[in-house]
Design a protein around this ligand. Structure first.
Ligand code: 5AD
Ligand code: SF4
Length: 465
């Protein structure tokens, strides 16, 4: 069972925060956090910003005006790391112009030793880096940088702890992320996550429920439960609660709000969990279930521990009493050893299941993972397959969108679309984006919208009273 960061340590951190506060008080210092990657990083950045505000910084509107810059990085694919390095590279000019600014880098990229070393040796203006489980120590790192202490490059502990009680500076006033667990035990052979986020650690159910109750009381309408594999929630806790137990408890909370889960693993999709998803109006509209490949051979090489038959069985059960459930998935194209036949199997299954949205990725070798040293397939073949994949999926997405025409959906409104004063964007409870015109601003509220136009990537509708 993961232990909590001790009260003594949290108190010590409070003191660092207070000291930073007294150092920069009244100086109008500003903070900017640049976030790359997944929702977990978005959620972490909301906590980073909250800590910076506590230290006395104000939110900068633009990176150029910031006195402290934090880059929260991602390592899932090569492209994400390249982007992080290019952003960090850009920040050099700010430090040259104003040597007193503080630059910190955190997240999955810096949790890898070779990357932390690279930043240490080649980016001399970076003051500190830290791993994914250390953000509660931000005050300590900032204080040291302000006092011109030694540059510091912290890697995560072998058994990271959970820090409760860190505030969030949430980006939205109606959609919220709630981390229910951290880390991953699965070691899919392509994936860097278990190496940079450590083993699975679940938060206690009482802490999660308290956070959700508070959010609902404050008017939040959509809550996404975050974890690398939310359906193995609780296995590491003493009383072994399950994700189904957690969902059932969340359902007892009064209020009008919906729940998404991000993300699940088919091998752990228990009957009990599927029933809990299906039976609640808060969860029954959408489910994200990463498939990764349509070939059993590739799934074995990926160390996924399920086959296509099992996956299709889960989909069938999810659709049993709600055939309209929005299903989304992740697919990797071009995993080492993927033959044209394997790839065809992926095309076959996506045609069979008809996912509403697929987050598809070209396989990107990650140093330190088993697939990195498997025989790679040529780049041009990966790209050519990816193109074909997108064509097939776009046709499916278009067909499914057309089916929504003239139907009425409840949507949560996100605010004005760019470039048109009267156009608003929103999402259905199944997480599909719908644009509509309105004279009234319903941002943060549920409204009913009838779909009037649909293409591959967009849905348009009109408000129904
Ligand atoms: N290359 C490409 N895609 C990857 N993913 C994870 N690791 C890699 C990689 N090395 C994808 C998986 C996962 C999603 C979050 O990112 O599909 O589900
Ligand atoms: Fe990566 Fe697999 Fe863990 Fe997901 S379940 S984070 S793909 S190792």
């Amino acid at each position: 069972m993961a232990s909590l960061v001790s009260k003594e340590e949290m108190l010590k951190q409070e003191k660092y925060i207070a000291t930073v506060n007294s150092l920069i008080k009244g100086q109008g210092k500003k903070a900017f956090v640049y976030t790359l990657g997944c929702q977990q990083n978005e959620a972490d950045s909301e906590r980073i910003m909250a800590l910076l505000l506590k230290m006395g910084y104000e939110k900068a509107q633009d990176e150029k005006e910031a006195d402290i810059l934090i880059v929260n990085t991602c390592a899932i694919r090569d492209h994400a790391e390249k982007r992080a390095l290019s952003i960090i590279g850009r920040f050099k000019h700010y430090k040259v112009a104003r040597p007193d600014i503080v630059i910190g880098v955190c997240g999955c990229m810096t949790a890898q030793k070779h990357r932390a070393d690279h930043l240490k040796h080649s980016y001399h203006y970076v003051d500190f880096t830290f791993g994914t489980s250390m953000l509660h120590r931000l005050g300590e790192f900032v204080l040291s940088a302000l006092n011109k202490g030694k540059r510091a490059f912290y890697l995560d502990e072998a058994t990271p702890e959970i820090a409760e009680g860190i505030p969030h500076e949430r980006e939205s006033t109606y959609r919220a992320w709630v981390s229910i667990m951290y880390g991953c035990n699965n070691f899919c052979t392509y994936c860097i996550v278990p190496y940079v986020r450590g083993r699975e650690r679940s938060r206690k159910m009482c802490d999660i429920l308290a956070e959700i109750k508070d959010l609902v009381k404050r008017g939040y309408r959509e809550i996404t439960l975050l974890g690398q594999n939310v359906n193995s929630y609780g296995k590491d806790l003493e009383d072994k609660p399950t994700i189904a137990n957690l969902l059932n408890e969340i359902n007892k909370i009064e209020g009008d709000f919906i729940i998404h889960l991000m993300t699940s693993h088919p091998k752990d999709a228990s009957k009990e969990m599927i029933e809990a998803i299906k039976s609640s109006k808060r969860t029954k509209s959408h489910f994200h279930l990463p498939l990764q490949s349509g070939s059993d051979d590739i799934l074995t090489k990926m160390n996924r521990h399920y086959d296509i038959e099992r996956y299709l069985g889960i989909i069938e059960r999810l659709r049993e009493n709600n055939p309209d459930i929005v299903l989304t998935t992740d697919i990797i194209v071009g995993f080492p050893g993927e033959t044209e036949e394997d790839f065809q199997k992926t095309l076959d299954i996506i045609k069979k299941v008809e996912f509403d949205t697929i987050y598809s990725f070209i396989y990107s070798p990650r140093q330190g993972t088993p697939a990195y040293s498997m025989e790679q397939i040529p780049e041009e073949i990966k790209h050519e397959r990816y193109e074909r994949f997108c064509q097939v999926q776009n046709e499916i997405a278009n067909k499914l969108n057309q089916k929504m025409l003239n139907k009425v959906y409840r949507v949560l409104v996100d605010g004005k679309s760019k470039g048109n004063e009267k156009m608003y964007t929103s999402r259905t409870e199944g997480n599909k984006i719908v644009h509509f015109e309105s004279d009234t601003d319903y941002t943060g509220k549920f409204v009913n919208v009838k779909i009037t136009r649909a293409d591959t990537f967009n849905l348009f509708g009109e408000i129904i009273n």
